[in-house]
Design a protein around this ligand. Structure first.
Ligand SMILES: Cc1cc2nc3c(=O)[nH]c(=O)nc-3n(C[C@H](O)[C@H](O)[C@H](O)COP(=O)(O)OP(=O)(O)OC[C@H]3O[C@@H](n4cnc5c(N)ncnc54)[C@H](O)[C@@H]3O)c2cc1C
Length: 472
């Protein structure tokens, strides 16, 4: 009589949606698993909090690309009750504001910026071998069209084009032109809220196999690579047949000695370590303002707040002179100035009749606000004055500022491309993995890169790969 083969065991490092999905799928095939999560909660970049007026997502808010989003499909297949909807398409009326108030739709900024995006695509196709900062192409476009645009259009387009910063989480002087454009495979839907999606997943886990507040510090391939041993921060070691490293890309990019660093033994192949040099990490952040009452218009769902162009910008475009760089960090006033950065506003008054506004910010502003949370309202107040058309605006009853850049186990928002970066290299290298050391997360997928559904799909992929490897 032959004994049944002992159950295979997989250790999952990181309890975000990628790690959780991997665990669920492994469990379905009776593969034993343990999840080690550094923080005191599961979910990683899915984090829903409750304020005075309801729930807010500090990390992901939207289901992106809903024509090609398997997580969205799965959620919707479970029903979307009319009296308790799981999503809201917040793509109704949108308004654009600058320092002086509402920007007239007759400036046709959307049409011009759409043409500009096309121009950037054409430039990229014509020059496949090099990559410029996206902002340089914005300037080139404005120079090439300056006889066709009014001064007001040139000034406002230069800043409206920066809206992409609120997608990538980095400023457009740092953003790669090649990877600036956003694929749009379907409408984006606000998820109401991601805690529901997370709970549906975590409820499927065996809670005894989940270890919170347990950072992993080392991963070693042992027994000629047939087993993997992981080391926890307290020095404890555990052995498994495989490991799925589902920590953020920013953690894989740390150097020895930095908080959160994971030591791999033997070292990861150069294919992986070198590829991690060709990608960066952005810092999208959020400031949530809750007020007593609604005192601003409810006739729009989203707003773009345009920054001021640097002094002399228009003249430089018209005279073909060097265009001044825009301010990235602190100005001479000691901290970042409101009108130096574009912002994206989600108007809860327009979407849900609630007196709240969610303001999205990008690097380096996010880093500053997340480490100086007490100035967040002062920074945002001029935007709210413009948005409401009132100088005398009440203070919020609650200000919530995200913490992604300050969390040593996150260190920002998601992968982002600087000029010259090649996001494909790390994706291919991490997808290949290193024997039974596997990788999952938003930074390891092509479809849904940077997104929740991408991270989820990567967990599914790694579970499938191990199930096949184990011959199950
Ligand atoms: C502000 C913001 C807005 C976003 N908006 C959207 C959006 O609207 N739509 C969308 O689709 N996506 C959005 N995203 C991206 C999305 O949230 C992520 O792509 C996705 O949640 C990543 O999941 P993950 O499992 O790959 O990583 P994570 O969720 O980061 O999980 C990784 C986990 O690893 C843990 N960890 C790190 N180091 C260790 C260690 N040494 N040991 C153990 N555990 C460790 C971390 O604590 C973390 O919990 C947003 C992200 C942010 C920050």
């Amino acid at each position: 009589m032959s004994l049944p083969a002992p159950a295979k065991k997989v250790i999952i490092i990181g309890g975000g949606i990628a790690g959780i999905k991997a665990a669920i799928d492994l469990q379905k095939k009776s593969v034993d698993y343990l999840i080690f999560e550094a923080k005191g909660r599961l979910g990683g970049r899915l984090n829903t909090v409750t304020g005075f007026h309801g729930k807010y997502d500090l990390g992901a808010s939207w289901f992106h690309e809903t024509l090609n989003n398997p997580l969205f499909d799965e959620e919707m297949s479970l029903g979307n009750p009319i009296d308790d909807p799981k999503i809201f398409y917040d793509d109704g009326p949108k308004k654009i504001f600058n320092k002086d108030g509402i920007v007239s739709p007759f400036l046709k900024l959307d049409s011009i910026v759409n043409e500009l995006f096309k121009y950037v695509d054409i430039c990229n196709e014509e020059d496949l071998d090099s990559d410029k900062p996206y902002y340089e192409n914005v300037i080139n476009y404005l120079r090439s069209r300056k006889h066709l645009l009014t001064d007001e259009q040139i000034t406002n387009v230069s800043q409206y084009a920066r809206s992409l910063e609120l997608w990538h989480g980095i400023d457009s002087q740092m953003l790669s032109s090649k990877y600036a454009s956003i694929d749009n495979e379907g409408r984006d839907a606000l998820c109401l809220n991601y805690d529901r999606v997370l709970k549906r997943h975590t409820d499927q886990l065996d809670q005894e196999k989940v270890f919170l507040n347990t950072p992993v510090t080392g991963v070693s391939r042992i027994e000629k690579g047939s087993k993997v041993e992981i080391e926890l921060k307290d020095g404890k070691k555990l052995v498994a047949d495989a490991v799925i490293v589902a920590v953020p890309q920013s953690i894989l990019q740390l150097s020895a000695g930095e908080d959160g660093y994971i030591e791999f033994s033997p070292k990861l192949p150069a294919k992986i370590t070198d590829s991690l040099q060709s990608i960066h990490f952005g810092a999208l952040g959020k400031v949530i303002l809750e007020f007593e009452d609604i005192f601003w218009p409810t006739d729009f769902e989203r707003a773009s707040i345009l920054s001021d162009p640097p002094e002399g910008f228009l003249r430089a475009i018209k005279d073909n002179k060097d265009v001044p760089e825009f301010t990235r960090n602190k100005s001479s006033h000691g901290h970042p100035q409101t009108w130096d950065f574009p912002a994206f506003v989600l108007n809860y008054a327009g979407c849900f009749q609630k007196p709240s506004l969610v303001i999205l910010t990008q690097q380096p502003l996010t880093n500053y606000l997340e480490s100086n949370k007490d100035i967040a309202w002062k920074h945002c107040k001029p935007m709210i004055q413009v948005l409401s058309g009132k100088t005398d605006v009440p203070d919020p009853i609650n200000v919530i500022v995200t913490n992604w850049t300050q969390d040593v186990y996150q260190r920002g928002a998601y992968s982002a491309c600087y000029p010259g970066d090649d996001p494909l290299m790390p994706i291919l290298a991490l997808e290949e993995g290193f024997g039974n050391v596997r990788f999952a997360g938003e930074h390891t997928v092509l479809e849904g890169a940077g997104c929740v559904h991408g991270a989820w799909s990567s967990g599914k992929r790694e579970a499938e790969a191990l199930i096949e490897r184990f011959g199950l």
